[in-house]
Design a protein. Structure first.
Length: 219
């Protein structure tokens, strides 16, 4: 009997782009105060800066979304082979890049969960499993996912303005100060900064391409 693979649990492959998202168990909060949002972003960098490039993100009280680009397989294997902090991963160099990344995400979620549990006095899991991911294969889908991520608070009727929401990449992409976001490449996908802004300003029918995702996060 053939097992059907969910489009939201596909393996992460080198050189590809993905929309990655997750929420708290039973839609419970995963962020409780400002320090939690900051810690999440810091640990995200600690665990993944050698393996992927973040193009967009948003952190809301009970879930998050990321738009990421997985680095080339050669670069990933090199950093695991020679990076001091990847001794444990080095034992698995014969495995796929997907296996490395799966292990990193597991470690990341455990690290963040332990921090929140210590802070709140709770115990047990924090995130739903497995985390969701979907490949982004076209520029059009890339732009639509970025739009959906940056305006995500409006899909949930939250009283925030996407243009100045602190825990989002939108304003950071437009800022002149240095950033780990590949801002020039992001803007180029929209042709220029003016089009990036206007694309986000318009109320968009996403053509059904994100319908399942929207339904999932409105449960």
């Amino acid at each position: 009997m053939t097992t059907k693979t969910s489009p939201y649990t596909i393996p992460l492959e080198a050189g590809k782009y993905y929309h990655i998202f997750n929420r708290g168990i039973n839609s419970q909060p995963i962020f409780f105060e400002t320090a939690n949002y900051k810690y999440f972003l810091v640990k995200l960098g600690d665990y993944f800066s050698d393996f992927l490039v973040i193009h967009a993100f948003i952190l809301l009280r009970n879930h998050f979304h990321l738009l990421v680009e997985i680095k080339e397989e050669r670069k990933i294997r090199e950093v695991i082979a020679f990076g001091d902090k990847y001794a444990k991963l080095r034992e698995h160099l014969n495995k796929s890049v997907s296996a490395f990344l799966s292990r990193q995400f597991q470690s990341f979620f455990i690290c963040y969960t332990n921090s929140i549990n210590k802070y709140t006095g709770r115990h047990g899991g924090l995130f739903e499993t497995p985390y969701r991911r979907k490949e982004i294969a076209t520029d059009e889908y890339y732009r639509n996912v970025m739009y959906y991520i940056h305006r995500n608070m409006h899909h949930h009727n939250l009283p925030f303005d996407y243009r100045d929401y602190t825990w989002s990449s939108y304003s950071r992409i437009l800022e002149q100060r240095p950033s780990k976001l590949p801002k020039e490449r992001i803007i180029k996908t929209f042709d220029n900064a003016e089009n990036f802004v206007s694309f986000h300003e318009q109320e968009r029918d996403l053509g059904g391409c994100l319908d399942e995702l929207i339904d999932y996060y409105h449960v």
